[in-house]
Write a protein that binds this ligand. Structure first.
Ligand code: AMP
Ligand code: TRP
Length: 332
């Protein structure tokens, strides 16, 4: 049985990149696999968070999952801190993880910046907690974007080290779940930079809760170049902004980028953008509206998380008891 685990941090606004690159793909997985989708609030603590904002954003990500079509009955949806097993397994695995493996992690280097001595231990140990998230449920497949592949590789290495050291075949080595049309959505202000929660300009991204007028404004102002749209895929080379907008169109329409290129071959940006606005609003409008409705019902959202945490907790306790036995921790 294939088991999927993935998570999003409750930090900052969810945007079109999170939707097209992650959440939308998860919706398709739930039909065929046993799926666990987490809101990784403990990971969020590796950078400073305001408590009230953290709470609100945890509910917002939950609302985004549900509004995008993830079924809380079929899948397990919960926030990481509700299942203590994540922290516990992270400790157990940290004792098997050589520092050399963590020193290779590029995300730590980026996030810690030049002042390495001031970076928290949690930020350094972040990938071990992520490995614990996955291995706690013996997940076999993990849908993640490019930026998380190195962390997933580490999770495989840690699983392998555990199995070898204790001469067991306990943890499956988790595989990346790659999507054919894996979409990397770039900034609307700079087609060479990823669309990101942390970009200072709100015009760089389309948020999942943006209303129709805002979406239209942002697409109208999106950076372009002076040429009309190209006649072929090859014509997008060295035109990152055009490539990004056509990629977004294709992803929203559920067609290949080449099909989008053919459709708008030779068109002016203004005509293309008008169609992109209509498409973006038609896809995101209902999801954003449902998210806002759910955020006005925090009691409902909290009940979904609580129920998810109960189900996740059951699997977690079962696996941890086996892990304790393997490690020689006495359970009198
Ligand atoms: P983050 O916003 O970095 O916490 O990422 C949450 C999830 O969204 C991860 O699976 C990322 O790979 C995905 N993601 C974030 N930004 C983008 C983007 N610009 N394009 C595609 N996927 C993205
Ligand atoms: N580190 C991931 C990100 O920032 C989030 C994450 C935490 C995750 N634990 C995970 C993703 C386990 C997949 C599986 O996007």
């Amino acid at each position: 049985m294939k088991r999927i685990f993935s998570g999003v941090q409750p930090t900052g606004n969810l945007h079109l990149g999170n939707y097209l690159g992650a959440i939308r793909n998860w919706v398709q997985l739930q039909a065929d696999f046993d799926c666990i989708f987490c809101i990784v609030d403990l990971h969020a603590l590796t950078t400073p968070q305001d408590p009230a904002t953290l709470r609100a954003q945890t509910r917002e990500v939950t609302a985004a999952y549900i509004a995008s079509g993830i079924d809380a009955e079929r899948c397990i949806i919960f926030n990481q801190s509700m299942v203590a097993g994540h922290s516990e397994l992270a400790w157990l695995l940290s004792c098997l993880t050589p520092l050399g493996w963590l020193n290779r992690m590029t995300q730590f280097k980026e996030k810690a910046g030049k002042q390495k001595d001031n970076a928290g231990l949690g930020l350094y140990a972040y990938p071990v907690l992520m490995a614990a998230d996955i291995l706690l449920y013996k997940a076999t497949h993990v849908p993640v974007g490019d930026d998380q592949k190195q962390h997933l590789e580490l999770a495989r290495d840690i699983a392998g080290a555990f199995n070898r050291q204790f001469n067991v075949d306990y943890f499956p080595l988790p595989e990346p779940q790659i999507f054919g049309a894996a979409t990397r959505v770039m900034s609307l202000r700079d087609g060479t930079k990823k669309m990101s929660k942390s970009d200072l300009s709100d015009y760089s991204r389309i948020n999942m809760t943006d209303d129709a007028d805002t979406v239209a404004q942002k697409i109208k102002k999106a950076k372009t170049d002076t040429e009309p749209l190209p006649e072929s895929l090859a014509g997008l080379e060295a035109r990152p902004d055009a490539a990004n907008l056509l990629g977004i169109y294709a992803a929203l329409a559920g067609i290949a980028q080449e099909a989008a290129v053919i459709r708008f071959a030779g068109a002016a940006f203004s005509a293309f953008k008008a169609e992109l606005v209509d498409l973006a609003v038609s896809v995101l409008g209902p999801i954003g509206a449902e998210m806002k409705r759910l955020m006005r019902e925090p009691a409902y959202v909290d009940a979904v998380l609580r129920r998810g945490a109960e189900r996740a907790g059951e699997i977690s306790r079962h696996h941890l008891s086996e892990i304790h036995t393997i490690l020689g921790l006495l359970r009198p």
